[in-house]
Design a protein around this ligand. Structure first.
Ligand SMILES: *[C@@H]1O[C@H](CO)[C@@H](O)[C@H](O)[C@H]1NC(C)=O
Ligand SMILES: *[C@@H]1O[C@H](CO)[C@@H](O)[C@H](O)[C@H]1NC(C)=O
Ligand SMILES: *[C@@H]1O[C@H](CO)[C@@H](O)[C@H](O)[C@H]1NC(C)=O
Ligand SMILES: *[C@@H]1O[C@H](CO)[C@@H](O)[C@H](O)[C@H]1NC(C)=O
Length: 523
């Protein structure tokens, strides 16, 4: 070896040897090298195989194992795994800076919260995109309590809390993560927090169990189970809302454009407005100022009836809340077998399956009711169509098994009927159990931050009941009708006696509907 080469290699060798020595000394001293992120496994004892402690106590007695297991979850959008999303119907493509056409300097964000059941969330998001909502205006709020596990791809599809960040990014949608698992009320306040952080005076929010469409086929007079009465300002306004132009006609507006327009009109009217519901709160527009004025949602009422509290406060404080119509919204509990249908792909026949059916006996029992309901809806539709000349020319939408038409509006009819069927399916057992979709996905045992799915559902019910207890104490009233059923004012909260109890001294106070499973002490 050339001496000159050897002389230049020597210092390098010395440096390498020295760094090994220093590294070794360092790891010894720091006892395993937290700082260097060396694997900590060798320093932790392995998990014992049988973890029940040796004891003289009797073993716990177990609840019966559920006899009924729902089918495994399937990927509702296999196409997205290998390619970018297909194009949406041309007439639904949002014009660039559409918000500017309505005098808005920025587009209000649309927040969609997610806790469980990925296929439904994906369905909701895809329905918004294909109906014309700009993907970059959608913010999925991941509220799963699994920290970065989804972002890092650590959960499996069968885990109820699974959410695929890659898929949502591929769709162009934003994903926000709540730092820890939040309740419904806290999630609503998190939206407010985001609106403050990013300086949005107004924002929209929706739910993962919505499937939305624009009025692609013009007027739609089908009454969906969660539709209420719409509020109109006058006859022109009514016509505008109830007789929208179809995608084939001039003046067609997507659900997104109608939302921007609704905000514009609301601002133009100069009302002290708090909220606009587009089918109760399945899609809502919120005025941040009103949220602020009434102190946001009450975190002490974690789930259902929290909305009753919030709406009550809003109206007591003089902010308006109105039911307005911007598009077709279906409240569903099932998932389309292939979300490619929303892109009008002709070889895909729109269809759905229920990932969370009830027990076979229960399904059989309510089948008759369902058929009756569908028949009634059909009758009602026919009746309405007969009454209204604009409906007369339309062929009855049909579920079909032949290839779907190339024409997106033709295709839309089948899709719209599917949405109606899915909505009816959710409400097939009247209002009972309509949220069973939230509990039946049960996989993911052993994955990071795993939580027993049945337990999660049960705890949710208990907290809901406890929240109702808080509400009853807070307002001295049991029902949701704070405005129509009482003379309460904002200042009365927590200062009023229960209005359902006789004020007689000798009557021992009875708390009705007390959460059966709630903690009995603490008072
Ligand atoms: C998320 O979706 C992508 C694309 O479809 C897929 O390749 C990936 O495996 C999925 N990630 C997880 C954790 O399932
Ligand atoms: C509503 O939109 C129109 C244009 O379409 C605009 O001139 C007007 O300023 C907007 N109103 C508000 C309150 O932004
Ligand atoms: C739709 O799906 C159901 C099962 O969920 C199946 O029985 C039915 O045949 C399907 N219909 C079509 C047209 O594919
Ligand atoms: C039927 O159409 C007429 C206009 O042709 C309209 O005034 C009316 O409100 C419509 N009725 C319903 C139920 O939509």
């Amino acid at each position: 070896m050339n001496i000159r080469v050897a002389r230049s290699i020597l210092p390098i060798l010395c440096a390498i040897v020295l760094s090994f020595v220093l590294f070794y000394a360092y790891t010894i001293r720091s006892g395993g090298g937290d700082v260097l992120h060396l694997p900590s496994i060798p320093f932790i004892k392995p998990k014992p195989t049988d973890r029940r402690p040796p004891t003289t106590h009797a073993p716990p007695s177990f609840k019966p194992t559920p006899t009924f297991t729902p089918a495994a979850v399937t990927d509702p959008f296999p196409l997205l795994a290998t390619s970018t999303p297909p194009p949406i119907p041309e007439y639904n493509i949002p014009r660039p800076n559409l918000h500017a056409e309505y005098g808005l300097d920025r587009a209000p964000p649309l927040y969609i919260g997610f806790t469980r059941q990925w296929p439904m969330l994906l369905q909701a998001v895809v329905s918004y995109i294909t109906a014309g909502w700009p993907a970059d205006g959608i913010f999925v709020v991941e509220n799963t309590g699994v920290y970065n596990s989804n972002r890092d791809g650590k959960l499996s599809l069968q885990n109820p809390f699974y959410l695929n960040h890659t898929t949502l990014k591929r769709l162009g949608v934003n994903v926000l993560q709540t730092p820890v698992l939040l309740t419904f009320a806290q999630l609503q306040n998190f939206f407010l927090h985001e609106a403050y952080e990013h300086d949005h005076p107004y924002y929209f929010y929706s739910h993962q169990d919505a499937v939305v469409f624009s009025f692609e086929d013009g007027p739609d007079n089908t009454h969906r189970p969660s539709d209420g009465e719409w509020d109109f300002y006058d006859e022109n306004d009514k016509e505008d809302m109830m007789l929208p132009a179809s995608a084939r006609q001039p003046g067609y507006r997507t659900i997104y454009e109608n939302c921007l327009r609704e905000l514009n009109q609301t601002l133009e009217r100069g009302e002290r407005w708090g909220i606009r519901w587009f089918q109760y709160d399945h899609l809502s527009l919120v005025n941040r100022e009103a949220m602020e004025a009434v102190g946001g949602y009450d975190s002490m009422i974690p789930y259902y009836i929290s909305d009753c509290d919030f709406n009550g406060k809003l109206l007591m404080d003089g902010w308006t809340a109105k039911h307005r119509r911007v598009g077709i919204i279906n409240d569903v509990s099932s998932v389309m077998t292939n979300l490619g249908a929303l892109y009008r792909i002709p070889h895909i026949t729109p269809n759905f399956s229920d990932p969370n059916p009830m027990t076979p006996e229960r399904e059989a029992k309510i089948k008759a009711d369902k058929e009756k309901a569908e028949k009634e809806a059909e009758e009602k539709k026919k009746e309405e169509a007969a009454k209204n000349a604009t409906e007369a020319g339309k062929p009855a939408p049909a579920r079909r098994d032949t290839p779907m038409p190339e024409d997106p509006v033709e295709y839309f009819r089948a899709l719209n009927q599917l949405g109606i069927d899915m909505g009816l399916h959710k409400y097939r057992d009247k209002d009972n159990l309509r949220n069973t979709w939230q509990v039946t996905q049960r996989g993911g045992v052993g994955e990071p931050f795993y939580y027993d799915a049945m337990g999660f559902g049960r705890a949710f019910e208990i907290l809901t009941e406890a929240g109702k207890g808080v509400y009853r104490e807070k307002w001295g009233h049991r029902d949701c009708d704070l405005i129509s059923g009482t003379a309460l004012r904002m200042e009365d909260q927590w200062h009023v006696e229960k209005d359902w109890e006789k004020p007689k001294e000798e009557d021992k106070p009875k708390e009705e509907n007390k959460p059966k499973e709630g903690k009995k002490d603490g008072r």
